[in-house]
Design a protein around this ligand. Structure first.
Ligand code: PDD
Length: 287
C-alpha cells in the first residue's frame, strides 16, 4: 500500500509530496516537530503533544497557522487512510519557504508555514521484544545547542550519537554535560535506586517529554517516590535499574551503561511495571 502523507493542505501519495528547496526547515533547521504514538488506531496523549508544539512554535516566534482541531483531524484522517493500528505520526512545521536564502526571518504574511505530517506504521510497537531484553547505552558528551526544551528538527548531533552507539554494538547514547546525564539521543533518562525513581529536572537543557510527564504522574499515583535531580554515569552504573521514556519506546529498560551491567543486567521490576502501567493507562485515554 502506498503511504498517503499530508503537505500544506493536501493528502498525497508520498512520492508526489514536495516542498521547496528554499524551505527554512531544509536550509536552516528552522522548524519544529512532534512524534505522537498510535495504539489501537488511536492517538496517545495528543493534547500533550499539541501543547508542546504550541510552546516550541512560540519560543521560535512562529505564529501557528493551523488550529488544534484541524491538526487532530489530519492525524485521524492519516491513521484511517494508511490503516495504522500501531505506530507513530510525525508532524513538522517550518517557518516556510521564502523566495531566497536569507538569515532574516521572512514575513509570515507572505511566507506561509510548511506543514507536513506522515504516518509510520509499526505493527507490534506495544509488544516490542526489546522490552524483555533491555537496551545498552554508551555515554557521550552533550554537544547540542542550549535550547533543548524546543523540539526543533536540528537532530544532527543526536543522530551522530546514535551512530557512535551502533559502532560499538550499543543501542543508544546518554548525553553528559558537566558530569551529569542530560537525556538520551531521543528520549528521557532515569535511574532507580532504593526504590526512588531519579530523573533530571526540567530546564532548557532537556526536552520536556510527554511520556516523561505521564510516567512520573503514574509513578506517583502508584506510590512510587520520584526525585528530580541530576545524576552521573557512575551513579547510573551503580543503580538498581535504569530506563528511558519516549513516544516511540514508551518505557524501555536500560541494562548496560558503557559496557557495565546495571543491577542484574536484565530489565528491572520498576521499569517493567511502569511500562505496563503506562501502556494500560494511555490506551484508556487515547483519542
Ligand atoms: N523524541 N528527549 C529528546 C531529545 C527527544 O528527542 C525525545 C523524543 C524525548 C522524549 O519525548 P516524548 O516522550 O515526548 O516523546 C526526550 C522523539 C520520539 C523522536 O525524535 O523520534
Amino acid at each position: 500500500m502506498t503511504r498517503t502523507v499530508y503537505v500544506n493542505g493536501q493528502y498525497l501519495p508520498e512520492k508526489d509530496a514536495k516542498i521547496s528547496i528554499f524551505d527554512r526547515g531544509f536550509l536552516m533547521a528552522d522548524g519544529v516537530y512532534e512524534v505522537t504514538s498510535v495504539l489501537g488506531g488511536k492517538l496517545i496523549d495528543f493534547n500533550g503533544h499539541f501543547a508542546r508544539l504550541e510552546r516550541s512554535l512560540r519560543e521560535l516566534d512562529i505564529k501557528r497557522q493551523i488550529s488544534e482541531d484541524d491538526l487532530l483531524a489530519i492525524h485521524r484522517k492519516l491513521i484511517i487512510i494508511n490503516e495504522v493500528n500501531e505506530g507513530m505520526i510525525y508532524l513538522q512545521i517550518t517557518r516556510g519557504a521564502p523566495e531566497d536564502r536569507d538569515f532574516v526571518f521572512p514575513d509570515p504574511q507572505t511566507t506561509p508555514q510548511t506543514i507536513v505530517l506522515f504516518t509510520q506504521s509499526k505493527p507490534g510497537l506495544s509488544n516490542n521484544p526489546v522490552a524483555k531484553k533491555g537496551l545498552k547505552v554508551i555515554s557521550i558528551e552533550d554537544m547540542r545547542w542550549g535550547r533543548r526544551d524546543i523540539k526543533t528538527v536540528q537532530l544532527l548531533y543526536p543522530s551522530m550519537g546514535k551512530m557512535m552507539a551502533k559502532k560499538v554494538g550499543a543501542d543508544d547514547a546518554w548525553m553528559v554535560q558537566e558530569g551529569s546525564v542530560t537525556e538520551g539521543t531521543s528520549n528521557n533518562a532515569y535511574i532507580v535506586k532504593n526504590g526512588q525513581i531519579i530523573t533530571r529536572a526540567l530546564s532548557s537543557e532537556i526536552l520536556s517529554g510527554i511520556t516523561r510527564s505521564a510516567v512520573l504522574r503514574f509513578a506517583e499515583e502508584a506510590q512510587m517516590e520520584v526525585v528530580e535531580r541530576n545524576f552521573t554515569i557512575e551513579e547510573a552504573q551503580q543503580a538498581d535499574e535504569a530506563f528511558i521514556t519516549s513516544a516511540s519506546m514508551f518505557v524501555m529498560p536500560v541494562v548496560e551503561i558503557d559496557q557495565q551491567a546495571v543491577g542484574q543486567g536484565t530489565p528491572g521490576p520498576v521499569a517493567t511495571r511502569l511500562r505496563e502501567i503506562y501502556l494500560e493507562e494511555s490506551i484508556l485515554k487515547a483519542i
